[in-house]
Design a protein around this ligand. Structure first.
Ligand code: GLU
Length: 428
């Protein structure tokens, strides 16, 4: 039987509907919040290096901006769809609300594979994307950032195009910029570090010594790499990392039972998070199937790649040893798998809390750009740790007090904040 296919928007709506029922959300607020408030779908013609013209499809979707300008990344992915971006834009609203920053939720994407585009083609694509959106984004409307397969250089090309069109400097339009051009120190590490601040607090609450734990990781892009770096610095051991191999067009799991050298692995990956297979083998890694990361006998699973990885089809392979699932990716667990996680009594740190470090640091980047005064890295990371640790404990305490699943507790806090904002504004 073919594996069931999942739709991120439907998953986000199902999670929302279930919690809306639990908290008796009124029908108008529910109707407003279960869909995006604004969507832009457009084509981007790009002159390719060989003289031909290729037409790309782009999207920007603003789910809600009641608490502040819409905020969220732009993804480059060949399988991007409007529904994926709709779902991700909803999750951004909850993410900003759960860490209590004055921003709403949005997401963007271009259907493309940047690994097959030259640098100058990528630049023209970024500029074309902004030309189509120049009136819809801005520091007080909607603030993009990097996401899957986009980086600081892409953000700066986008900002430059925006500022050229508007004829002035607006550094708060985009976050995740290069540090020398208005970016914040610590932004590169922020999402991955935030994942581990959450994990550190969860393990402490469970009275588990982090130095005695092992973990298996999916992904080796920016989020996964920095999560792995901090987790191992705190004394944890990563025994497996799964990532995409761009030459073989499939994922592999790299395993070393006595612990992977994360710094060495980071030294042999490309900018999209693919590890050099040959060099990994020379380092003594075992090469396993891409899905094997999930079946390792470890204490912690860190899905830090894409959506829909933990499903009723894949979950039975998860080892009974697993005590914590730490969702670094957006939407790695499908709603029909949550019940299975709960039945096994695994402690879940839900995605929009777990990976909120990136957007929290983006918010700090905006604050610094507005002041035109930049903080040292230690200060950024200290503020980040404080914000995420507070958010974690608010969710953990609510879950403990009311006997709730962590995802539901995070949703209750986030939805209540956004519902209050739309009511105070008089929208419902
Ligand atoms: N793309 C990141 C996320 O999904 C960061 C978004 C941002 O910084 O605006 O949270």
């Amino acid at each position: 039987m073919a594996a069931k296919s999942y739709n991120a928007y439907h998953s986000a709506q199902k999670q929302f509907d279930d919690v809306a029922d639990k908290i008796n959300l009124d029908p108008a607020t529910r109707a407003l919040l279960r869909q995006p408030c604004r969507e832009y779908h457009f084509t981007i013609p790009v002159k390719m290096d060989d003289g031909s013209t290729q037409i790309f499809n782009g999207y920007r979707i603003q789910h809600n901006d009641a608490r502040g300008p819409a905020k969220g990344g732009i993804r480059f992915h060949p399988q991007e769809t409007a529904d994926t971006i709709r779902g991700l834009s909803m999750w951004m609203t909850w993410k900003c609300a759960v860490v209590d920053i004055p921003l709403g939720g949005g997401k963007g994407g271009i259907v493309c594979d940047p690994r097959t585009l030259s640098k100058s083609e990528q630049e023209r694509l970024c500029r074309g994307y902004v030309r189509q959106l120049s009136r819809a984004i801005g520091p007080n409307q909607d603030v993009p950032a990097p996401d899957v397969m986009t980086n600081a250089q892409h953000m700066l090309w986008m900002l430059d195009e925006y500022e050229t069109i508007h004829g002035a400097r607006y550094p708060g339009t985009i976050t995740g910029k290069p540090v020398s051009m208005g970016g914040s120190l610590g932004r590169t590490e922020a999402t991955g570090y935030g994942v581990i601040y959450n994990l550190r607090e969860a393990l402490a609450a469970m009275k588990i010594d982090i130095t005695k734990t092992t973990a298996s990781l999916q992904g080796f892009g920016n989020v996964a790499e920095h999560a792995a770096r901090l987790y191992t610095q705190l004394g944890g051991t990563i025994i497996a990392v799964s990532c995409w191999d761009n030459k073989d067009k499939k994922a592999y799991t790299y395993r070393k039972k006595d612990g992977l050298d994360i710094v060495a692995l980071a030294g042999i990956k490309d900018s999209f998070g693919s590890i050099d297979k040959q060099k990994a083998l020379e380092m003594g890694c075992e090469l396993l199937d891409g899905g094997a990361w999930l079946a390792q006998e470890v204490d912690i699973l860190l899905p830090c790649a894409l959506e829909n990885q933990l499903t009723p089809d894949t979950f039975p392979a998860v080892s009974p040893a697993v005590k914590v699932i730490c969702e670094g990716a957006n939407g790695p667990t499908t709603p029909d798998c949550d019940r299975l996680i709960q039945e096994r009594g695994i402690y879940l740190i839900p995605d929009f809390l777990c990976n909120a470090g990136g957007v929290t640091c983006s918010y700090f980047e905006q604050v610094q750009c507005n002041m035109n005064y930049f903080w040292p890295k230690e200060e950024v990371l200290e503020k980040l740790d404080y914000k995420l640790t507070s958010a974690f404990h608010a969710v953990h305490n609510l879950a403990a007090e009311k006997g709730l699943y962590m995802r539901d507790a995070a949703y209750i806090i986030a939805i209540n904040r956004v519902a209050e904002a739309v009511k105070l504004r008089g929208w419902v």
